[in-house]
Design a protein around this ligand. Structure first.
Ligand SMILES: [Zn+2]
Ligand SMILES: [Zn+2]
Length: 176
C-alpha cells in the first residue's frame, strides 16, 4: 500500500490493516520465513513533525518459520512495536524551514521520495522481529549429522557406532 507523505499532516493518520497469508512474497534469499501462518494485524500511524515523518506501528500475528536445527516449519508468534522517523532530503519542499535533526531515540530512515510503500516497511519490521535462533522447541534434538533423520521423531543407530576408532576396534574384539 502506497502512502504519499505529502498528504500527511501533524494529525496522525491511522492505518489498520489485516494482511492475509497470500500477502507474503518469498524473497530470493529468504530461507527462514515460509510465510504467514494466518492473518497479520498491522496498526500504523503516520504523522508529520517538521521535516520528519514519524511512524508508529504494531504487528501481531504468526509466522511460519523454519527451525534451524530440524528444518521443519513451525508457528512463531510475532509481536512487534516500532517507531520510525522518516526524513526526506533537505529542500524537498521549497517553503520548508531549516530544522535540526532532533536527538531522539528513533531509528531514522532517509527516503528519497514522498511516496512510501507500507508493505516494504512492514516486511522490514518482520525481518527485524525474527529470533536470532529459530527453534521449533528449545529442546529440539535436530537432525542426525550422519544419516539425517529427524531425531525428534525417530531414533537412529548412528551414535552406537560413533566414538574413537580405537574403541570401535575393541568393541569388535569383544564380540568375537
Ligand atoms: Zn526443530
Ligand atoms: Zn543417524
Amino acid at each position: 500500500m502506497i502512502v504519499d507523505l505529502q498528504t500527511i499532516s501533524r494529525t496522525p493518520r491511522q492505518f489498520d490493516l489485516t494482511l492475509q497469508p497470500g500477502w507474503w512474497r518469498e524473497g530470493s534469499d529468504d530461507i527462514q520465513i515460509r510465510g504467514l501462518e494466518g492473518p497479520l494485524e498491522v496498526q500504523l500511524t503516520v504523522s508529520r513533525d517538521g521535516e520528519r515523518f514519524v511512524m508508529k506501528g504494531r504487528l501481531a500475528g504468526k509466522l511460519c518459520l523454519v527451525c534451524d536445527r530440524c528444518l521443519e516449519t513451525y508457528a512463531f508468534s510475532l509481536r512487534r512495536d516500532f517507531r520510525l522517523s522518516l526524513m526526506l532530503p533537505k529542500g524537498w519542499e521549497s517553503d520548508a524551514d531549516e530544522t535540526e535533526l532532533k536527538n531522539e531515540d528513533l531509528a531514522v530512515g532517509f527516503i528519497s521520495t514522498t511516496k512510501i510503500d507500507l508493505d516494504d516497511i512492514i516486511r522490514e519490521q518482520i525481518y527485524l522481529a525474527l529470533p536470532i535462533k529459530a527453534l521449533c522447541e528449545n529442546t529440539c534434538a535436530g537432525l542426525c549429522s550422519r544419516c539425517g533423520v529427524n531425531l525428534n521423531r525417530e531414533t537412529c543407530r548412528c551414535s552406537e557406532n560413533s566414538g574413537h576408532p580405537a574403541f570401535l576396534k575393541l568393541k569388535e574384539l569383544q564380540i568375537r
